[in-house]
Design a protein around this ligand. Structure first.
Ligand code: SAH
Length: 292
């Protein structure tokens, strides 16, 4: 009896957390115990990382990063930090979502401080909910550090407001890729929202740009509705194309975008102001050769 109690002691905090929802911290143990931070890396410019994210990256034992995390940021990470790519490129997963969840759990159970680094914000189309659920079920302590989502980066780097008192009272982030590949967004509802002054921002929509425009037009959106498509937001190779619902797909096809890209549909696009993103980059501003 005494022996079995002894044996189960290491699992006691997890059991208590699972049963009653609060954590038991063993004295002197909290610093070493495994934990996970789901951290937003922002859209690409490394300086868009938060100070909190930066501090945690200095302390981490292991970082598991996605495809959208920029090379510029990866190059700045501590050399001794164990960095593992767990992303998806051109539809090919290096690890399945289930495997990633399992890896987070096992590495934290091994006592490591793990940073799960995701492009943009971890709460926006990033499957964080599944990873959080896996950690919660395993009784592992975890926390989330927000990041700048690609739409906010686009707004700043292109001078396109997401809302505007004159024409856009709300903004909607939409995924063009649903859980079930055959399903599509509720187009009628999106067009209604747009008519009532909502900006529509499509994530993961580049390959479906033509379809998106056709569906919006088919549900009554004006052919001259302004649209912007922006690739590699906040990075040196950022590219932007603006047009209207009726011609944007052809314009973008002519430029052969590879992605990642966002599609902004709404009158805010015609309120674009001429920002100078080069001013945001000290090195490039000094040499004067940033080519947005
Ligand atoms: N969590 C991310 C979104 C991940 S979904 C965020 O908050 O930004 C992946 C999609 O995000 C891409 O297909 C693209 O539509 C968009 N995206 C991410 N980074 C981008 C970038 N630097 N430039 C343009 N679009 C980007």
């Amino acid at each position: 009896m005494r022996l079995s109690l002894f044996k189960s002691l290491p699992f006691l905090p997890q059991a208590i957390h699972r049963r009653w929802g609060f954590r038991m911290l063993l004295p002197g143990k909290s610093q070493q115990s495994g934990r996970v931070y789901l951290v937003g890396a922002g859209p690409g410019d490394a300086e868009l990382l938060t100070l909190k994210a930066w501090r945690l990256l200095q302390q981490a034992d292991l970082v598991l990063y996605d495809d959208l995390v920029s090379d510029e940021l990866l190059a700045m990470l501590p050399a001794k930090l164990d960095k593992r790519y767990v992303g998806k490129r051109c539809g090919v997963h290096s690890l399945s979502q289930q495997q990633i969840c399992r890896l987070l759990v096992t590495e934290a159970q091994a006592g490591k401080c793990v940073v799960r680094l995701k492009g943009g914000d971890p709460a926006v189309f990033a499957r964080s909910a599944e990873e959080c659920a896996a950690l919660e079920n395993a009784g592992i302590a975890f926390a989330i550090v927000p990041g700048i989502t690609a739409a906010s980066g686009l707004s700043a780097w292109c001078g396109i407001p997401l809302t505007h008192r004159d024409c856009a009272q709300s903004v909607r982030f939409i995924t063009a890729r649903m859980k079930c590949p055959q399903s599509e967004p509720n187009w009628a509802n999106l067009v209604l929202g747009s008519k009532e002054g909502e900006t529509l921002v499509f994530y993961m929509g580049l390959n479906r740009l033509d379809l998106i425009c056709q569906r919006l037009a088919g549900h009554g959106m004006a052919a001259d509705m302004p649209v912007a498509v922006v690739e590699n937001v906040s990075q040196l190779n950022q590219q932007r194309v603006t047009g209207q619902l009726e011609d944007i797909a052809a314009k973008v096809a002519a430029r052969q975008f590879q992605g990642p890209a966002l599609i902004v549909v709404g009158k805010v696009v015609s309120h674009r102001v001429k920002v100078s993103p080069a001013l945001l980059d000290q090195a490039a501003a000094l040499s004067g050769n940033r080519g947005y």
